[in-house]
Design a protein around this ligand. Structure first.
Ligand code: GLU
Length: 480
């Protein structure tokens, strides 16, 4: 099925009160995968009604983050703040039908009520005190100059159920929802104040004809409230899927305190979009038998379904993300890697000969397999742009028995012109024989001299590349 062929319509509804968070991005992934799997539409709604905390730069960050991840949405994003007239009309409808009423309780009265509840060790809830005011009582409050919120009736006896695509049969008691719910903020009694989250989400999801709401399980109690609103507004409720939370190493909900949580931070650290979306898909979804853990978004979309989404929270695993990123870097091949590394090398101020970048492509081929992050391509390339100092392990190696005679022998054998792979192999054997040491000593000593370290990529290829750059002789000589 192609995009748009089915009736499925899902949405991501981020609030632009911060940068694109990994939890929101993972919700986006599941929505995108489900829409693509079903041949449906993936819509975007920017929930910018919190005027103080919403910022255009956050919207920008969210949109560019989604694009970078490859999670393109269908159509133009809906801007929630532009729909306030529809939100107010729905509240008026609830008032007219008796599903909502004005509550004149002041902040002080509500605070006193909560204090009493706390003292009596009761859960905090609104006690529905203004649910059935007489017209005279209302008039008296208005005459006092009191402002009013609009509250939606939630009957304690109500039983709210739905079949969740992840969690199965769900049931909530009306008495567990905290009493009649505020749907519009305080305003003069002849007006309707700012509409609140649960109301606007229902109005917008209904207007956008959303068929499936896929979001984090921290919204489960909201779902119960929203189902009551769908009923009261006479709108068709969507199907719900509540995805497990992302947990930190301690098993707690991943939060800002855990450090890196913004997609732009992961990007800046050198993670690829491919690895990140792959990893986020695995945060809660298990691929079917026989499918690899390394997959593209397209492959995941083909296989995706909620029957393989776990209920338990998903622990964030850096090792797996790093492994996936390494896989992606390897698959990309040296040409793509070079494109990504060039700007990073340039930023380091390294001299890049534009006319001859073949050796740079060869360098990418050499270091690619041992890279985890793009940033590793800077550290690992550095010894090819400038002569590295000798670290401690390299110094110890160069002081050890046989090391100097080996380097002297190598220098004597080193041809001035080109050096091929077979010839280089032969030189290593000859140097070992003439210095009377094992070949391992030759390899370790040469590595120490060339890279200033005992770690690094394949030695023979490293040597050949440095020889091409005319760098090997001087580096060996400095150790003698
Ligand atoms: N703006 C809400 C959030 O970011 C949307 C929740 C929902 O999907 O309904 O949590």
């Amino acid at each position: 099925m192609g995009a748009g062929d089915s009736a499925v319509r899902v949405r991501l509804a981020p609030s632009p009160t911060g940068t694109l968070h990994i939890g929101t991005a993972r919700t986006a992934v599941f929505n995108w995968l489900f829409a693509r799997h079903q041949g449906g539409q993936f819509l975007l709604r920017i929930e910018d009604t919190d005027k103080e905390r919403s910022k255009p730069e956050f919207t920008e960050n969210i949109l560019s983050g989604l694009k970078w991840l490859g999670l393109q949405w269908d159509g133009e994003p809906v801007i929630q703040s532009e729909r306030i007239a529809a939100h107010r009309a729905a509240i008026q409808q609830l008032l007219d039908s008796g599903h909502a009423y004005r509550c004149y309780a002041t902040e002080q009265e509500l605070a006193a009520m909560r204090e009493q509840q706390a003292a009596a060790k009761q859960a905090p809830r609104y006690d529905n005190r203004h649910r059935d005011l007489s017209p005279e009582q209302e008039a008296a409050f208005v005459a006092e100059g009191r402002q009013a919120t609009v509250r939606f009736r939630i009957d304690d006896g109500a039983s709210i159920g739905w079949t969740d695509l992840v969690r199965g049969e769900m049931r909530w008691a009306g008495s567990d929802l905290g009493g009649d719910m505020v749907v519009a903020r305080r305003a003069p009694a002849d007006q309707i104040g700012d509409p609140l989250y649960n109301l606007v989400v229902v109005v917008d999801d209904a207007a956008m004809a959303i068929t499936h709401v896929i979001r984090g399980e921290d919204h489960i109690a909201n779902t119960a409230k929203q189902l009551l609103l769908y009923g009261a507004l006479g709108a068709q409720a969507p199907v719900f899927a509540h995805t497990p939370l992302i947990l930190n190493q301690e098993g707690k909900k991943l939060s800002k305190r855990d450090g890196v949580t913004s997609i732009s931070d992961f990007q800046a650290m050198g993670y690829t979009a491919e690895a990140l979306v792959n990893y986020m898909t695995l945060l809660g979804w298990s691929p079917p038998e026989g499918m690899d853990e390394r997959f593209s978004l397209e492959q995941a979309a083909n296989a995706f379904g909620f029957e393989r989404v776990n209920r338990a929270g998903a622990r964030f695993d850096w090792d797996k993300l790093n492994w996936l990123n390494g896989q992606v870097l390897k698959e990309q091949g040296p040409a793509v890697l070079l494109e990504q590394l060039l700007p990073l090398w340039q930023a380091k101020g390294w001299e890049l000969d534009k006319a001859d970048n073949q050796w740079q492509a060869d360098l990418c081929e050499l270091i690619g397999p041992s890279m985890t992050l793009l940033a590793d391509g800077v550290a690992q390339a550095e010894p090819f742009f400038s002569c590295p100092p000798l670290n401690e392990a390299a110094q110890v190696q160069l002081e050890s028995e046989g090391a100097k005679p080996v380097l002297v022998a190598l220098l004597a054998l080193l041809p001035p012109g080109e050096l091929g792979s077979e010839q280089a192999q032969k030189l290593l054997t000859e140097a070992a024989t003439s210095a009377g040491v094992k070949k391992g000593v030759v390899m370790k000593s040469l590595r120490a001299a060339l890279l200033g370290s005992l770690q690094g990529p394949d030695l023979l290829a490293t040597w050949l590349l440095l020889h091409r750059l005319g760098q090997d002789r001087a580096r060996i000589e400095r150790c003698l």
